[in-house]
Design a protein around this ligand. Structure first.
Ligand SMILES: [Zn+2]
Length: 381
């Protein structure tokens, strides 16, 4: 486990340019030595996804493990230990860019497959590992895997992003909206002769807050939130403003359909136009990222909770997160239950002196070995 992680850390896969192919080849070599089937899926210069399969009996639908090979750059600050030397210190801590995000998690998943292959365990369903390129920039590898049909038939997905070995079952979605209200300019001494676009905007924002308050919450992520990030309007103090623009960041939880929500906001604008004198407004969607979440009752969550409890000797911690991952793309596209769980402190990801406890790597390898043996996946189609 430790040696595979160290070898992966010594391959520079800083993205851009990525150069993930070298890491994918190294992992493929390790997997083949354990008797696993696998292949690279080339994606341009020096880049390739890796797809490994440990065939099961075929009774149950496949489980897929997933992780990315690329890392962010080491940054400009000096590191205590060099970022691509993969040194282990006297406290049993492994240092390097990617130790946490996420070559440790990638290695743990591959070790899981290799261990099961060597032990000739007959799993009920196929176990896949998908190693991707480009997650830190544009999720190009996850996108290509979807296009290629690599996730077809997969019933459960686990991504080894760093979570401190907590179970991350959800992250919020975001809608970035720009609203403009229009009015009619007039002398500030006779506001009744104009239409104040700022007043109209204040009314609109108030009603948006009411609408947000009516949105459903989530057991792990809590409530939807609304932040008015910018507002501009008016020119001088003694003129009625004829235009106001506000940018709103609306964060949603799984189960809230953005199209339905946008339709609701459209109806709100219509209602204000019908009931409020001179109300005129326009909405533009500048960002739309769906929330993803997995039900706590899913067999995948229960199996992972059981395995974490066994390996770590304490009840599993269940969390939501704010960051995006390949799962942000893969889960909406496939609709399958998805978990994030991996070794390392997520706060050390993308930081100078990124490092991970070797014990956490070992625990992760045990977890990814055990999980497919206890998961009750749906029957194979
Ligand atoms: Zn990552």
């Amino acid at each position: 486990m430790l040696e595979l992680t160290r070898e992966l850390l010594r391959v520079d896969t800083v993205n851009p340019p990525g150069n993930e192919r070298a890491a994918a080849e190294l992992a493929l070599g390790y997997a083949k030595d354990a008797g696993l089937d696998g292949a690279l899926a080339p994606l341009g210069d020096g880049r390739a996804n890796l797809h490994l399969v440990l065939p099961g009996t075929g009774a149950r639908a496949p489980l897929m493990y997933c992780g990315h090979f690329d890392t962010v750059p080491p940054g400009t600050a000096a590191w205590t230990r060099p970022p691509h030397a993969a040194e282990v210190d006297e406290d049993g801590v492994l240092w390097g860019r990617g130790a946490v995000d996420m070559k440790g998690g990638v290695a743990a998943m591959i070790v899981g497959l290799a261990t099961l292959a060597r032990a000739e365990v007959a799993l009920p369903g196929d176990l896949h590992f998908l190693g991707t390129v480009g997650e830190e920039v544009d999720c190009a590898g996850a996108r290509a895997a979807l296009d290629r049909g690599a996730l077809e038939g997969v019933a459960n997905l686990v991504i080894a992003e760093p979570t401190d070995l907590a179970l991350v079952v959800a992250h919020k979605g975001a809608l970035f909206l720009e609203f403009t209200t229009y009015g009619r300019a007039a002398h500030g001494a006779m506001p009744e002769q104009g239409i104040n676009a700022i007043d109209q905007m204040m009314c609109l924002l108030e009603r948006l807050r009411d609408l947000k308050a009516g949105l459903p919450g989530h057991a792990v992520l809590g409530d939807a939130t609304l932040n008015v990030g910018t507002i501009e309007g008016g020119s001088v103090v003694n003129i009625v403003p004829d235009r106001c623009t506000a940018r709103v960041d609306l964060r949603t939880v799984p189960g809230v359909d953005h199209r339905a929500l946008l339709a609701g906001i459209g109806r709100l604008l219509d209602e204000l136009a019908a009931t409020r004198a001179g109300f005129q407004a326009r909405m533009t969607v500048t960002g739309d990222y769906p929330a993803v979440g997995t039900d706590l009752d899913e067999p995948l969550v229960r199996a992972a909770g059981h395995v974490l409890g066994t390996v770590l000797g304490r009840p599993p911690e269940i969390r939501g997160v704010s960051y995006f991952s390949d799962g942000s793309l893969l889960q909406p596209a496939t609709g399958v239950p998805t978990l994030l769980c991996g070794p390392g402190d997520p706060n050390l990801a993308h930081q100078t002196d990124e490092r991970v406890d070797v014990r956490a790597l070992e625990h992760a390898a045990e977890i990814f070995t055990m999980l497919p043996t206890v998961l009750e996946a749906p029957e194979a189609a």
